[in-house]
Design a protein around this ligand. Structure first.
Ligand code: ADP
Length: 162
């Protein structure tokens, strides 16, 4: 059984994340989308809200589950008996950081490999930060995130928008 973990903040999940989830769900028997519970980082959505949104958005994939974790990713991966970590690469700017993390994780836990998927071109510019910025000013975010979660995002900024 090949189990992989796709970790991230997902604050909120975007079409870019969902594209990585769709593609990596085909590569592994079980994909765990894992929301990092990082109390040091201020987030728009609580961990519970992010998990519940991701569960809704991935409901159609029978081999994808959603969870949250605290602490070291490699410890969580060991607990879940996952042999792979999935990360998305958008641009060269992601690369240096991701390489460093992947190599550190590999040293910590040689049994776990990081698999990088390059972003689909149409989402390469997309980040949760951009979505939050746009939404906070009432901007149109329909091209960035699924329709189901749009009202939840505007709701966080007290914006009432159809
Ligand atoms: P983190 O805080 O861990 O970077 P994110 O939620 O921002 O969490 O991203 C989680 C993962 O998804 C990262 O590997 C990131 O590179 C990837 N990702 C984010 N946006 C996109 C996108 N538009 N296309 C492909 N991958 C993406």
């Amino acid at each position: 059984m090949r189990t992989a973990i796709y970790p991230g903040s997902f604050d909120p999940a975007t079409f870019g994340h969902l594209d990585i989830i769709r593609r990596s769900s085909k590569l592994f028997d079980h994909l765990i989308v894992a929301v990092l519970n990082n109390s040091a980082k201020k987030s728009l959505f609580s961990v519970e809200e992010r998990v519940s949104m991701l569960k809704m958005l991935t409901a159609d994939y029978s081999n994808v589950s959603v969870d949250s974790f605290e602490g070291l990713l490699v410890d969580y991966a060991r607990r879940m008996e996952a042999g792979f970590l999935v990360r998305g690469l958008r641009a060269v700017s992601d690369f240096e950081y991701e390489l460093q993390i992947a190599q550190t994780n590999h040293v910590e836990c040689p049994g776990i490999d990081t698999i990088f998927l390059t972003t689909s071109l149409n989402y390469s510019y997309l980040s949760s930060t951009i979505v939050r910025e746009f939404a906070s000013y009432g901007g149109d975010i329909r091209q960035f995130v699924p329709a189901e979660i749009i009202p939840l995002i505007y709701g966080k900024y007290n914006i009432d928008k159809e």
